[in-house]
Design a protein around this ligand. Structure first.
Ligand code: NAD
Length: 309
């Protein structure tokens, strides 16, 4: 029988791509419940699903921040059984700490962290009874290392990493696997919308130096990072499809090999200084030099230039 896969946040990005790829599995191994908070946005998903709609893919309403919505969604699933849960829904938050409200930071935790916890609590009793299941969590490389001006978002992903690594130990007793998927930059609406909003945002109570570092160093560097090493949501979804098909899925799976050197900095120096100083240099020293038009020493190209052209 096909495995029932419930995915949160399928109106766009990684969630949408994953739902469509699983629904189009040529061996029809999956029955996909593609959920979203606002069913008014289901048009793109339905168009991409094509003939799979109503066959191997159904669309359902689910707000990960609401107990009632989670209960309602699960009650509509045939047999109420979820074999694979993909916690994908998430929101970002970028900017100088002093200029962001606590309410905005709490919303990040409510969605990214407690949203996943809420769903897992709902499906876990069934998985335990059946002694099988797979919980996939779309974390981030920011769940492994902090990134400047992304403090609350990174903290929410660190929280996921600690929570699910802890749970994974107990769940092995029940033959239930957990996988934390850790993409680097992914070119979706997510970062695009976010960077657009913050480039014009006011950030009250923030001193001019901090604003200068944010606007003139972080924002251009971030745009360049997405432009140069950003992955497509299709590529990330492909990695998740592969992980879901494994009999013994791993606890962690990074999706972008070009990030491996940065992750290694933390492993090489457990004190954390190497990572903090390297990323500080990358942002504040190299960006300044490169913005002056310094060329690549190897070939003279402007490949490493960080300022937008
Ligand atoms: P996206 O904005 O296209 O997708 C996020 C989805 O979550 C949206 O469809 C949004 O409507 C949904 N969502 C937000 N709040 C919700 C709620 N309360 N209930 C249900 N759905 C809700 O962006 P994406 O890049 O596809 O993001 C998917 C996941 O990937 C997120 O968890 C994000 O943190 C993670 N991620 C993204 C990147 C990136 O660079 N885009 C990198 C690493 C990890």
């Amino acid at each position: 029988a096909p495995r029932t896969v419930l995915i949160s946040g399928c109106s766009s990005g990684i969630g949408l791509e994953l739902a469509v790829q699983l629904a189009h599995d040529h061996r029809q191994r999956y029955q996909v419940v593609a959920t979203m908070r606002d069913l008014g946005k289901k048009g793109t998903l339905e168009a991409a699903a094509g003939e799979a709609l109503g066959q191997t893919l159904t669309v359902a309403q689910l707000d990960v921040c609401s107990d009632e919505s989670v209960a309602q969604c699960l009650s509509c699933i045939q047999g109420g059984e979820v074999d694979v849960l993909v916690n994908n829904a998430g929101v970002g938050l970028v900017g100088p700490l002093e200029g962001l409200s606590l309410a905005a930071m709490q919303n990040v935790f409510d969605t990214n962290f407690f949203g996943a916890v809420r769903l897992v609590r709902a499906v876990l009793p069934g998985m335990k009874r059946r002694r099988k299941g797979h919980i996939v969590v779309v974390s981030s490389v920011m769940g492994l290392q902090g990134v400047v001006f992304n403090e609350a978002y990174a903290a929410s992903k660190f929280a996921l990493e600690g929570f699910f690594e802890s749970l994974a130990v107990q769940l092995l007793q029940f033959n239930i696997f957990i996988t934390l998927v850790e993409p680097g930059p992914v070119v979706t609406d997510f970062e695009g919308k976010l960077l657009e909003q913050v480039s014009t945002a006011e950030f009250p109570d923030t001193d001019p130096d901090t604003l200068h570092y944010f606007r003139d160093f972080y924002l251009p560097a971030s745009r360049e990072l997405f432009r140069s090493v950003g992955q497509s949501p299709q590529d990330v979804a492909q990695v998740i499809v592969k992980v879901i098909s494994l009999a013994r899925p791993p606890l962690r799976r990074q999706t972008n090999a070009r990030y491996a050197p940065l992750a290694a900095l933390k492993a090489v120096d457990p004190s954390g200084s190497l990572y903090v100083h390297t990323t500080h240099c990358l942002l504040f020293r190299w960006t300044r030099l490169l913005n002056l038009g310094l060329r690549c020493l190897a070939c003279g190209c402007l490949r490493f230039r960080i300022w937008p052209r």
